[in-house]
Design a protein around this ligand. Sequence first.
Ligand code: MF3
Ligand code: CO
Length: 260
Amino acid sequence: MIYLKTPEEIEKMRAAARLVSQTLGEVARWIEPGVTTRKLDTIAREFILDNGGKPACLGYGGFPATLCIEVNETVVHGFPSDRVLMDGDIIGVDTVVELDGYNGDSAYTFAVGTISPEKKRLCQTTREALYVGIDACKPGARIGDIANAIQTYCEHRNYSVVREMCGHGIGRKMHEDPEVPNYGRRGIGPRLQNGMCFCIEPMINMGSRNIVISPDGWECLTRDRKPSAHYEHTLAMVNDRVEILTTFDYIHEAITDKFI
Ligand code: MF3
Ligand code: CO
């Protein structure tokens, strides 16, 4: 069941989305070789709490942290740990903030120090694929149109699309209907309509699309251990057009020199 949001609710979604965007901007300042992913988690948790939000991942289905950490071959849902970031790593950071009862969800993949041209191209293509998906959000379009646009864009560039994980509706709950896959056929699935709030989050692999889940039951890795990238925005359909509620501007301000 898709919950269409009122203009008042969308205003709250904007505020939650702003706070999650600012959180990733804060995390961005700390990403460099030598830092532990646990440190990033602490920074994010304190920032969210200081700004009146709730770290929505913490405790969600038993998830133990504020941030989902995705180093190199991790696709999604990695735990922060004492792992030290190394020059050449890529690190996806995905988190959800609840503010005034509504959720904002965003993810971004960062370069640690100097990364290989292959990783750089993977990240660029995945970020572009997110915006290709957003461009498909015309009024009356269907979820399958978004999915197909992302899949086509990535596969034409010889990347593969993770299929087991999807974007999703969002609102009072982090995950609402509809599912928003990153692959599939045009013309299928629910139609976009005003008041819909949802997340698009391509998870794109350099090698095969196959994944494995680690023994902790959460961390999702590429089976071939080749790198994966992940970007996510929270969106709303308002006045017959898509509005991007989250923004990467805070991130890009923080890392002008390290921008992939
Ligand atoms: N953006 C992630 C998702 O939609 C956030 C997961 S939070 C977690 O799946 F708690 F489930 F890890
Ligand atoms: Co999400």
